[in-house]
Write a protein that binds this ligand. Structure first.
Ligand SMILES: O=C(O)C(=O)Cc1ccccc1
Length: 315
């Protein structure tokens, strides 16, 4: 995966960014990339970082969204679909490798703790290097470091910067089963002015489709018919009715483009509920692919033509 960073273009009055902490997480590093001198506020969970924004205690939140090895961060998807809407205005992608930290002069390593996404990315390393250690899930990589300091675990799989925050010994660095793993992070804030389109943008929605045959196919067809390329598709249970799902769909393009607006209105017709989660520049800079007949000019020309027909000016 190509790795690059993008700064938020129009953050308005953002001055406090809540991030998924505590200090030393990968998300803090992402927040530092996305921030331009804003105050950074560590918050214990992804959901609470978004609650801080919803309740006005922060102007934006930095949260992890997807990893190239483990896929999406489910708590982020769930927190984005609940409560009052938030929209993503910027993203960054960080390469991910880990340091393994232990207590100074610590003895046998019987437990190794970290965020589930981190544990999943060092499984082979742990089996080969700490065969007697049991993996234990913690709320974040830095929470695992705190747990080691407090004597709850023997080792923590952390972001390399964690050692600057927690008085622990480095057992190993550059640990990663997949050497080019990367995680994408979002900066989310309440709906407002959107970042300008750049030609290399991503739009995100969460769709609660009507529960009948073929509704997901209808949503995907609405995008495919308009030549719109998907970049991610995930399903999460609605939690209210067993077997009912919400679909998180990311695709190339920006809502300021006529073809994307046309697609959104089509999606809206097929959904019980459609939440817009933002349009912002892609961190990898990949430019939107436009299919023949599906460019913005094609949509504008077709709308002008249809309007003329309606007015009786054309046959
Ligand atoms: O726990 C962290 O440090 C996070 O920011 C979440 C995470 C965990 C593993 C890889 C990337 C992000």
């Amino acid at each position: 995966m190509k790795v690059a960073t993008v700064s938020p273009r129009s953050l308005g009055v953002v001055s406090r960014i809540a991030y998924f902490g505590p200090q030393g997480t990968f998300t803090e590093q992402a927040a530092r990339v996305l921030a331009g001198g804003e105050e950074l506020i560590p918050v214990e969970t992804v959901r609470l970082a978004m609650t801080a924004v919803r309740e006005g205690e922060a102007d934006a939140a930095c949260v992890p969204i997807e990893n190239s090895v483990e896929g999406v961060v489910p708590t982020t998807l769930d927190a984005l679909s609940e409560s009052t809407p938030l929209v993503a205005v910027a993203e960054t992608i960080l390469p991910i490798h880990f340091s393994v930290l232990t207590r100074r002069g610590g003895g046998d390593i019987k437990t190794v703790a970290s965020h589930p996404h981190a544990l999943a990315q060092v499984r082979e390393w742990v089996e080969a290097n700490l065969p007697d250690a049991h993996p234990v899930a913690s709320s974040s990589t830095s929470a695992a470091a705190v747990g080691v300091l407090d004597g709850h675990f023997d080792a923590a799989v952390c972001a390399p910067v964690a050692v600057e925050h927690y008085d622990l010994e480095v057992l190993a660095t550059e640990v990663a089963d997949v050497s080019d793993a990367a995680t994408r992070f979002l900066l989310v804030r309440p709906p407002g002015e959107l970042p300008e389109p750049t030609g290399a943008d991503r739009t995100s929605v969460v769709a609660a489709a009507v529960n009948r045959t073929g509704t997901l196919a209808e949503l995907l067809t609405a995008l495919a018919d308009r030549g719109i390329n998907l970049t991610r598709l995930d399903a999460r249970p609605t939690r209210s009715n067993f077997g009912e799902y919400r679909f998180f769909i990311d695709f190339e393009g920006h809502v300021a483009e006529p073809r994307i607006l046309d697609a959104l209105t089509a999606l809206r017709r097929h959904c019980r509920n459609l939440r817009f989660l933002g349009s912002h520049p892609r961190a990898d800079g990949t430019r939107t692919t436009i299919q023949p007949g599906a460019g913005n000019d094609d949509f504008v020309d077709a709308a002008v033509w249809a309007d003329a027909v309606r007015k009786g000016d054309l046959a």
